[in-house]
Design a binder for this molecule. Structure first.
Ligand code: SDX
Length: 428
């Protein structure tokens, strides 16, 4: 491929370098576009064709359904690694040695106490508050209890902020859920593994001994790995752009949580379950929902289907679908919702509308079925997505700051009123 792109504007030809990435992707570098063309910019709603950065963290190939974190395939990581290993890999770029992993975990445990005054903030929320709104607020509130700025050029300062948020975030997740259900807010047990401790903090009952279920630990560990990063998705781009103003890490993460909440993004896993429940209530009438999804006059979309990048199977969806069968089988749960999901998937994959638009199940289509089998309330599904995505957000924020990326400030094409003289109210 030529290394130069030529653009003709107003009869003038301009050349722009074509950058080639390590996976042979190409990008036209238009950094000089405005200056060489006298102010001409580009427009690309939703940034469908626009790269915001160069990154070494995650590689996706949407046509081939490939997903790799720092070069390791998602299939290998989901099968052979644990979530804390993957978090370390995403953030620091290499899989940890046993010694590095043990130190990482011990440092996280040490920083896993949340200031008790945070409970006063939690008390102020009504029980009807959506957990994602609560979690975003509590994450931002952490800034008040911890230094907001991070000196990214200091390895020590950066490391400390990483272990601090990885230690405190699961506590906020557990407290957010327990508060809503009127359960006491406490800590888990630092002698446990990271994911084991998350489950214990979430589900421990005050009046009985907590018993770990390894099936649930393994299932959650795998789900968190599958959600850990996904290059420049909506919430990660939000974390990056907020951090690009040099806002603190916790403030940037809080913004990312809000972006993830949307039903077109991470909120889809909750919307999928609600959709499948509605289909079940309708006597399993998937055809009605397929018709609604294809009806342009109907805002309804088949939740859990389609993806901005994957125009083939989302590799994560394949792994989660298999895991859903295993987990429900191991737990001896017969969930008709799973059968409805499989029927809907089969129908959609054979439907011309979906085939023409390359709409396949995405990460959110089956994940809620496992969360439900684990006893996680539906309105906590997107919180679990945020727990998984946390290391990816941190890694991307750190990379953006270490690369000293400029503050994010897109241009626009103004289509409003041209100049008009002010008219006093008497004349309006
Ligand atoms: C996540 O970006 C990431 O990486 C995100 C994520 C991550 O890990 O961070 O992978 C997580 O957010 C997964 C996506 C979860 N969202 C959903 O499941 C919600 C349902 N999906 C759609 O809203 C949609 O597919 C999006 C938002 C995911 C992608 O939207 P795009 O890329 O903007 O595509 P589009 O809206 O331009 O759709 C193209 C066509 C349109 O039809 P036409 O105008 O060409 O006739 O496909 C149609 C759309 O109407 N379409 C759907 C559809 N998704 C797209 N029609 C019905 N049901 C759907 N789900």
């Amino acid at each position: 491929m030529s290394k130069i792109a030529t653009l003709e504007v107003n009869g003038q030809k301009h050349e722009f370098p074509i950058l080639v990435g390590s996976e042979n992707e190409s990008a036209i570098n238009i950094k000089t576009l405005r200056s060489v063309t006298g102010g001409v910019t580009t427009i690309d709603p939703g940034y469908k064709n626009t790269g915001s950065c160069e990154s070494s963290i995650t590689f996706l190939d949407g046509e081939k359904g490939i997903l790799r974190y720092r070069g390791y395939s998602i299939e290998d990581l989901a099968e052979k690694a644990d979530f804390l290993e993957v978090a370390y890999l995403l953030i620091f770029g290499e899989l940890p040695t046993q010694e590095q992993l043990d130190k990482f975990h011990s440092d996280i445990r040490e920083k896993s106490i949340v200031d008790d005054d945070v409970k006063k903030i939690l008390d102020a929320f009504p029980k009807t508050a959506h957990p994602m709104g609560v979690l975003s607020s509590l994450t931002s509130a952490l800034t008040a209890f911890n230094p907001s700025s991070v000196n990214v050029d200091s390895e020590e300062d950066m490391y400390n902020s990483v272990v601090k948020i990885l230690g405190k975030f699961p506590v906020l997740v557990a407290w957010t859920m327990r508060k809503k259900h009127g359960l006491p807010l406490d800590y888990g047990d630092n002698s446990l593994g990271y994911v084991e401790n998350v489950l214990k903090m979430m589900f421990k009952k005050p009046n009985e001994e907590y018993v770990q279920n390894q099936i649930l630990v393994d299932a959650l560990d795998k789900l968190l790995i599958l959600h850990a990063d996904h290059e420049q998705n909506c919430s990660t781009s939000t974390v990056r752009i907020v951090g690009s103003s040099h806002a603190g890490l916790f403030a940037s993460l809080s913004a990312g949580i809000s972006a993830l909440w949307g039903p077109l993004h991470g909120g889809a896993n909750q919307a999928v379950l609600e959709m499948l429940e509605a289909i079940k209530e309708d006597g399993g009438d998937t055809k009605k929902y397929m018709a609604k999804a294809k009806d342009k006059s109907d805002p309804f979309r088949l939740m859990g289907f389609g993806h901005r990048v994957y125009k083939n199977f989302d590799p994560r969806a394949k792994i989660i679908k298999k895991s859903a069968d295993e987990v429900l089988g191991d737990l001896g749960i017969e969930d008709p919702i799973l059968d409805i999901a499989k029927g809907l998937e089969k129908e959609a994959l054979e439907d011309q509308y979906f085939v023409d638009r390359k709409l396949y199940p995405n990460v959110d289509f089956y994940s809620g079925i496992i969360y439900r089998a684990m006893g996680i309330p539906t309105d906590m599904f997107t919180v679990m997505f945020a727990l998984g995505r946390l290391p990816g957000w941190i890694a991307q924020w750190r990379e953006m700051r270490l690369r000293k990326e400029p503050i994010g400030r897109p241009r626009q094409l103004y289509i409003g009123e041209t100049y008009r003289p002010f008219m006093t109210i008497k004349k309006r």
